[in-house]
Design a protein around this ligand. Structure first.
Ligand code: ADP
Ligand code: MG
Length: 558
């Protein structure tokens, strides 16, 4: 006898939210159902292993998808552990251990979209189906049962004859509306794409009948034939042994997954085991994406849990200063139900993020040391990001990033590190000299630059707007302060030259005072300078904001 039952109150609430949800990612229902099928197969396989049940073969544990266009039914079938009557009742009648629901309770704002961010589990089926049937037989049991629900009037459970253990989920798709075409879940190509997108690496074959066009034997004609195909590849690239993966495979994977025409500059593939275990596959692009330096660009890594795709662009996984890094993380220690909102508080995730940051950092340091040419290529693309990293953190990231910076050296006529600069400082030089301008050529013609170079000192040429701001945040490198050649006193004269200069200033005191008075507010001071060699005039700003910085500040919108 069928018994009609109501859902538990909280399950009902989540269901209501889900059904009325305008959420656009309804398609994730498939991921959820496949993931349940995979879990159920895992459970049975585990039982077989631990209890030595020889009749259970891993090879039989596939997941079958069937499309019934006439009745508008989509079916997902597994040969896993199955559920008995009690289990159907408790697992599907209540929200099982749902992190999403607790979150919903704490945050009573009606942000329906949040739902889509969760692994919503079995109930996701109701986003696309008006009626759901679960036909199941538990392994070792003689009786099968059907659980059926059309949501609003609760659910029923009744006995059904089922031959084999396992579970079949039948989704009676909703009627199409103006906004939503549920028929797309009957399209075998679309289903195949969804499986590839969300469940490619589920480690059981996901099979479906596909219609394919085939050349007839002994004829040039083609005919449609139905082929039972495995839709998923089952082994994720990142789970494979590094030694067996070719550069081409990495490159293809990157280009395909992250929509880039260019090969990645660097691939970083790691397996970490410990308190938190994970695989990560990271890529440094060779060129910034078109929208990289705009608000449109979203940083983050793809997140997987045990091979099941959870979310795209989990931004917590990469720090802002390495936001150019693309890739993914797969951890068996993360819950499938983790939400974007929960990411920020997840301790495991924090550990992973820290390790990833360190890894990127050390990879860049190694590249700088071992493959300077490649590093310069990297720096041309993303050096600006590192400088912004220091600037935006008010210098907090100085220690981490300062040795990754490159600047053009007037002496070496190439890019050098700050360490290079300091190593080559002649005895007696106390500061790191730099000059800013639009281009290296323009900077080279500055009178102040000429003077400093004449003294045998190297001058760094800064051409990025952020450069001076960045130096200001850093203040110094290895206790050598940064010093603009265009600002304040350079203090590079010898004692004799200083005395000479003082004398000249003293002798011309009246003249200088007269000039200063007549210029009034326009200047801070008027001095006789030793700055000029072959140039008749030069502009010098007082300490603080330099002319170049003033220019940048003036360009900024208010
Ligand atoms: P979760 O998978 O996170 O536990 P779900 O809402 O997806 O949450 O599923 C609830 C429960 O229902 C599962 O824990 C499992 O016990 C049971 N279940 C769902 N689908 C199946 C299935 N195909 N085979 C066996 N049990 C299932
Ligand atoms: Mg589930």
């Amino acid at each position: 006898m069928a018994e009609k039952k109501q859902f538990k109150a909280e399950s009902k609430r989540l269901l209501d939210l889900m059904i009325n949800s305008i959420y656009t990612h309804k398609e994730i229902f498939l991921r959820e159902l496949i993931s349940n099928a995979s879990d159920a197969s895992d459970k049975l396989y585990y039982k077989a292993l631990t209890e030595n049940i020889s009749s259970i073969n891993r090879a039989d544990l596939n997941i079958e998808i069937t499309v019934d266009k006439d009745n508008r039914v989509l079916m997902i079938k597994d040969h896993g552990i199955g559920m008995d009557k009690d289990e159907l009742e408790t697992h599907l009648g209540t929200i099982a251990n749902s992190g999403s629901f607790e979150f919903k309770n704490e945050n009573e704002h009606d942000d329906i979209d949040i739902i889509g961010q969760f692994g919503v589990g079995f109930y996701a089926a109701f986003m696309v189906a008006k009626k759901v049937e679960v036909i199941s037989k538990k392994y070792d049991s003689d009786q099968g049962y059907t659980w059926v629900s059309e949501v609003s009037d609760g659910y029923e459970i009744f006995e059904t004859n089922v031959n084999n253990h396992g579970t079949t989920i039948k989704l009676y798709l909703k009627d199409n509306t103006e906004d939503e075409n549920y028929d797309e879940y009957l399209n075998q190509y679309h289903i195949r794409d969804l499986v590839k997108k969300y469940s490619d690496y589920v480690h059981y074959p996901i099979k479906m009948d596909m219609t394919v066009s085939k050349k007839k034997e002994d004829s040039d004609e083609y005919e449609d034939v139905v082929e039972n195909q495995t839709l998923n590849s089952m082994v994720p690239l990142w789970k494979r042994n590094k030694k067996d993966i070719t550069e081409e495979e990495y490159n293809d994977f990157y280009k395909d997954k992250f929509n880039d025409f260019n090969e990645p500059l660097k691939v970083i593939h790691t397996r970490v085991e410990g308190n938190v275990s994970y695989d990560s596959l990271l890529f440094i692009p060779s060129k910034p994406p078109m929208n990289y330096y705009s608000n449109e660009y979203e940083k983050g890594l793809q997140l997987y849990s045990r091979g099941v795709f959870i979310m795209d662009k989990a931004s917590e996984l990469v720090p802002e200063h390495f936001r150019f890094v693309k890739g993914l993380v797969d951890s068996e220690d993360l819950s499938l139900n983790i939400s974007r909102e929960m990411l920020q508080h997840d301790r495991q995730l924090k550990v992973i993020a820290d390790k990833i940051e360190k890894k990127i950092q050390s990879e860049l340091e190694t590249m700088l040391k071992k493959d300077r040419e490649k590093y310069e290529e990297f720096f041309n693309s993303f050096g600006l990001q590192l400088k912004f990293g220091i600037y935006n953190s008010y210098g907090m990231l100085k220690e981490k990033l300062q040795d990754l910076l490159l600047y053009y050296s007037s002496k070496e006529e190439k890019l050098i590190t700050l360490a290079n600069y300091v190593e080559n400082m002649p005895e007696g030089q106390k500061e790191i000299y730099f000059a800013s301008g639009e281009t290296r050529e323009k900077i080279a013609t500055l009178p102040q630059v000429e003077l400093v170079k004449d003294k045998g000192y190297d001058v760094l040429y800064l051409t990025d707007n952020v450069d001076e701001f960045c130096f200001q945040m850093m203040r110094d490198y290895k206790e050598k302060p940064f010093k603009s050649v265009a600002q304040g006193d350079l203090d590079i004269e010898s004692e004799e030259e200083k005395k000479e200069l003082e004398k000249t200033n003293e002798e011309n005191k009246d003249l200088l005072t007269a000039i200063k008075d007549s210029l009034g507010d326009k200047v801070v001071d008027v001095k006789v300078s030793s700055r000029l060699k072959s140039h008749p005039v030069c502009l010098v700003s007082s300490d603080g904001v330099s002319f170049e910085m003033e220019k940048v500040l003036n360009q900024m919108p208010d």
